[in-house]
Design a protein around this ligand. Structure first.
Ligand code: SF4
Ligand code: SF4
Length: 731
């Protein structure tokens, strides 16, 4: 036992703890994650094969001078088609990619285009390979400091997340699936799987990729719009007649007279040429967007409309009906079934869209149809690959050609008819400009967690404000506090991942010279709310409210202390002077971390492994064994010294204590006899925050309220006992 009393032993033990922490942060990850036997050999072979294949690919790619080798490697790993990489362009900063001499897409580093800070306060830079239609060939993470990947779930998980972009398109509204209920079929979004415990990081990564790709696409892709196309609401239907559809403009009706055609050719030698003696009207034209059930189902009938949807079109194809009576044929004599008509064209945003005959009525029996009788009745398909947006207006152009004979020049004119689909028939995705920040999606998905946390913070605030009532009964105080500690560990810590950490402070430090970005802090709602609350409470009550009630690892340590008491484990005795010296150690740890963070956030994050929070709370002890041993060691020491880690090592506790120096209230009741002559409470305070004088050291106090409960108890406080004996009632 004398050994346990030895100060040297404590010092050696602390030194040993640091060595373990240093070993953890410096040990190569590969060593820590070594795979056993057969698996390792198999993985080695696969890696060897991949490396060999990649080398062969790399050698097959000709890269312009100045293209970094890691970019060549990344492109080779993503695409098999690229044979040449061009020099980096200036605006936008992209590398053009070729298959032989044909341009097939672009590669770009998102770091050149956007700067969305991740959880560590620095952006996640990704190489994106995109084809000429906005399709992603693949993406690869180039640089990132996200703590959860660096020292948590592993960078491999980030790679697996990135793999999901292959074969997705920028034209889809790609969102990260946060809840299991996300991603219903037919919605406006395409979902990719998120990563539990890394939600904020992958949402930021997704936004980084999409925003950078949109910037490139807006300059490189012809006709590309920032706006996602609207989606037809197929479950919305109103019964309407043909005439109703026409009168509401859902079927456009246009009648062209001969005089209008003549006016089209005014001033030419064909101005007054009668089109082969055609009568009036020149053409009586109807056209409509058939996908919309209220239009398509009413025109075609249920059976034919279902056939159209299920057999004749891909999900994003758009179908346009054109029907006409009159002497002028919109198809022309040369028209071949299934081809592109040469007298009709469809334009949107001044871009021509290919329309092709669907051959829908090859076997159509007009006699038995309920449709009005038309001389020409055709369904045309606008292919899903085009940039057609049903939410935007489009023009149907009818071309008319005239000449005086084969030997004369042919004159061409056209009529343009506008079509607008009411937005009530569509799901309109938000434009990129008005789309919410990445944190909004996270807050929405965690609304219930946020509500529970807010309610619990209100409860703990009320408990503190009315603490005199709370401590009236020691038993009630114990029940309430222990209930809260279990909630803190279970809900805030293990479930909601709300363990605050010094890592959260680094972005604040960086903001001093990089500027403040609220979005950085908002990407984790639980941590954000806790920090706001703790920050305010520091100036009211000091660090104790957090350390004694809201810190999950602190709660876990108290549970370890309770086990020690139940097992009657003898506690190590540390003298008052040594105890105070050891207090300073945590400030030293904090100073080292803050200093390192000024030069390298990455290194500071690595050194922050001195906090066992990630292992014990974030990862729930499912981690590489050195980290688990370290966490168990810090907890195990709590069996012999109550909350050992909190008292002597915790840099977060130290930081909170520094801010807590400015606290406004010292609400914990004391008696004038506390400290002299009575020192009973000094023993009650397991964390040893009561000075020999009886004063409470608020920098160390965790506001457990045990000492306050003592001085209210008739059977525990010595002074109170005397008062009771003398018949005094007041407390
Ligand atoms: S000292 Fe550190 S571990 Fe202990 S309760 Fe406070 S913040 Fe949590
Ligand atoms: S016993 Fe009193 S002084 Fe000690 S930590 Fe609890 S509230 Fe603070």
């Amino acid at each position: 036992m004398s050994l346990f009393n030895s100060i040297n032993f404590i010092q050696k033990m602390l030194f040993g703890l640091f060595l373990v922490a240093l070993l953890l942060v410096s040990a190569p990850a590969a060593l820590a994650e070594k795979l056993p036997g057969v698996v390792e050999a198999a993985m080695g072979q696969i890696n060897k094969d991949n490396t060999k294949a990649l080398r062969v690919r790399n050698e097959a790619i000709v890269a312009a001078e100045g293209v970094p080798q890691d970019i060549v490697d990344a492109i080779a790993g993503i695409s098999n088609e690229v044979t040449r990489i061009g020099a980096k362009e200036e605006s936008p900063p992209v590398w053009p990619l070729y298959w032989q001499t044909e341009l097939i897409g672009w590669a770009f580093d998102t770091g050149d285009l956007v700067n969305i800070p991740g959880f560590a306060g620095t952006p996640i830079d990704v190489l994106v390979v995109m084809d000429q239609d906005g399709g992603f060939a693949g993406v690869k993470v180039l640089r990132q400091n996200e703590p959860v990947f660096q020292h948590g779930v592993g960078v491999e998980r980030m790679g697996l997340f990135a793999d999901q972009y292959a074969e997705l398109s920028l034209r889809q509204n790609i969102k990260v699936r946060i809840r299991a209920s996300d991603g219903e079929e037919g919605g406006a979004n395409s979902f990719i799987d998120g990563i539990t415990m890394a939600t904020a990081s992958v949402v930021v990564m997704n936004d980084t990729i999409l925003l950078a790709a949109l910037k490139v696409a807006s300059q490189k892709l012809t006709g590309f719009s920032y706006q996602e196309p609207g989606k037809v609401l197929y479950d919305q239907f109103d019964k309407k007649s043909w005439n109703e559809l026409v009168s509401e403009g859902l079927i456009q009706h246009q009648k062209v007279q001969q005089a209008e055609v003549d006016a089209l050719f005014a001033g030419t030698d064909v101005e007054s040429l009668d089109d082969a003696g055609l009568g009036e009207p020149f053409i009586d034209l109807y056209f409509a967007h058939l996908n919309v059930p209220t239009i398509g189902r009413n025109i075609l009938g249920d059976e034919e409309y279902e056939r159209l949807l299920n057999e004749e079109m891909e999900p994003d194809d758009q179908i346009v009906l054109v029907a006409a009576n009159g002497p002028y044929s919109f198809l022309g004599e040369q028209f071949v079934e299934g081809s592109v008509p040469d007298r009709l064209a469809l334009f949107q945003n001044d871009l021509a869209m290919e329309i092709r005959d669907l051959e829908f009525y090859r076997f159509y029996d007009r006699e038995t149809s309920h449709l009005p009788d038309f001389e020409e009745f055709k369904l045309f398909k606008v292919k899903s690959g085009s940039v057609f947006d049903p939410a935007k207006s489009w023009d149907l152009k009818l071309l008319v050609k005239r000449n005086r004979g084969f030997l004369y020049k042919t004159h061409t004119g056209s009529f343009s008819f506008d079509y607008n689909l009411p937005h009530s028939f569509l799901l309109i995705p938000k434009s990129r400009d008005e789309r919410e920040e990445p944190w909004v999606q996270i807050w929405e998905s965690r609304a219930v967690d946020v509500a529970i946390l807010l309610v619990s913070l209100v409860i703990v605030t009320v408990l503190f404000v009315y603490q005199r009532g709370l401590v009236e009964s020691t038993r009630r105080l114990r029940w309430i506090r222990w209930g809260f500690l279990f909630y803190t560990l279970g809900f805030i810590g293990w479930y909601a991942q709300g363990q605050l950490s010094v890592v959260n402070i680094y972005p604040i430090i960086r903001s001093l010279w990089e500027g403040f970005n609220l979005g950085t802090y908002l990407i984790d709602p639980i941590t954000f709310i806790l920090w706001i609350y703790v920050f305010i409470s520091l100036f009211l009550w000091g660090r104790g409210l957090f350390c004694g009630w809201l810190c999950p690892f602190g709660a876990l340590q108290e549970m370890v202390g309770w086990v020690a008491k139940k097992l009657k484990i003898r506690q190590w005795r540390i003298s008052e002077s040594r105890h105070k010296q050891l207090w300073k150690l945590k400030y030293l740890v904090l100073a080292v971390l803050v200093l390192v963070s000024l030069f390298s956030t990455n290194q500071a994050i690595v050194l922050s492994e001195v906090e066992p929070f990630k292992t014990a709370i974030t990862e729930q002890f499912v981690r590489n064994w050195p980290f688990v041993i370290y966490a168990l060691l810090t907890l195990g020491l709590g069996l012999f010294v109550h909350k050992f880690y909190c008292r002597y090592l915790c840099p977060l506790g130290a930081g909170l204590a520094i801010l807590g120096w400015f606290h406004r209230f010292e609400w914990l009741d004391r008696r004038k006899e506390c400290g002299s002559p009575c020192k009973f409470c000094n023993k009650v305070c397991e964390i040893r925050a009561i000075e020999p004088t009886g004063a409470i050291n608020y920098n160390e106090c965790i506001q457990c309220l045990d000492c306050v409960a003592v001085l209210k108890a008739d059977d525990r406080c010595v002074v109170r006992m005397l008062e009771v004996k003398r018949g005094k009632k007041g407390r």
